[in-house]
Design a protein. Sequence first.
Length: 140
Amino acid sequence: MTEPYSVSVGVRGYETDTQGHLNQAVYLQYAEHARWSLLREAGIEQTDLLDKGVGPVALESTIQYRSELRAGDETTVSCAFIWGDRKTFRIEQTITKADGTVSATVSSVGGLLDLKERRLVADPREYFRALATTPERLGL
């Protein structure tokens, strides 16, 4: 079992809304940043996926806001892939403040799109496992 993956992200002033807290859409950007960071740590670059003719797609995302973030706050964003037996997989993420307070959770459903056929591939695990230099980082 490997350590859970997380990446540090600092809240920048221009990401806040008129009430002074992190804009709702930016939470998804933080989650996306953590997903790509984890893929890179596992040895997969965007170009690797494109060279195989596939690309990850978001099918559903749910955010639960728990505690506001403000400019200057430091956070960690965790990321864990949860593999099923079908065309989709789940990604569970937590955005946590430096003091340990959970700011938000993001739960997503994703898939891997065949860019030529424009359909989800039957087993995305197969592609990720073949491309990764450390597939265990992805729970494979």
